[in-house]
Design a protein around this ligand. Sequence first.
Ligand code: G3P
Length: 221
Amino acid sequence: MKIFLDTANLESIKKYNDMGVLDGITTNPTLLSKEQGSPEEIMRAIVSMVRGDVSLEVIGTESAQIIEEAHHLKKYGQNVVVKIPMIPEGLKALTTLSSEGISTNVTLVFSANQALLAAKAGATYVSPFIGRLDDIGHNGMSIVKSIVSIFRNYQFKTQVLVASIRHPDHVVQAAEIGADVVTLPPDILGKLMRHPLTDKGLEAFLSDWERIGNESPKLRK
Ligand code: G3P
């Protein structure tokens, strides 16, 4: 399963990119609005920092605007994936863009039927937002399960990118179901690599090493 970072924060991207755990990035207008500086410059910087796919979202809601924006965004780099909202005009644009060989990520997917339509129109990725479904009392992960099994039944190449992840257990569930990608906010990716017993165990190793007269390095938290 690929791991993407769901952020427009360059510092977080650098931190996790340097660890070698990132397969790509997803951004959206809300994430860009949280950062200082021009969204265009931030998007360009992300595209050049990361080797894997970088989803950049269009703002247009008419197919012609979406297609024009997609062509513009694609100029930022080879690894750009154009993120398109799951609306009828989005599907129309998607059909054209997939026939042109442009990679796409259909976002704001909240049902298996929406995912099926996006796959039929040639989406590279579909992004079910599971946390937002959980927030309104639905079971977001059950949608992921349906999408994965539908795509398997009909051998769709479209990848299932699980988005709106709220906690580490969502990641385990997505991997058990066989989703292709999870996109994680930086704090969730941080939580994935920590365990209190790892920290406790390492502290014990280092203090035992010191107790027998050696020096041990300061542990960075
Ligand atoms: O990629 C966007 C998606 O992950 C949104 O997450 O937390 O705003 O529901 P959230």
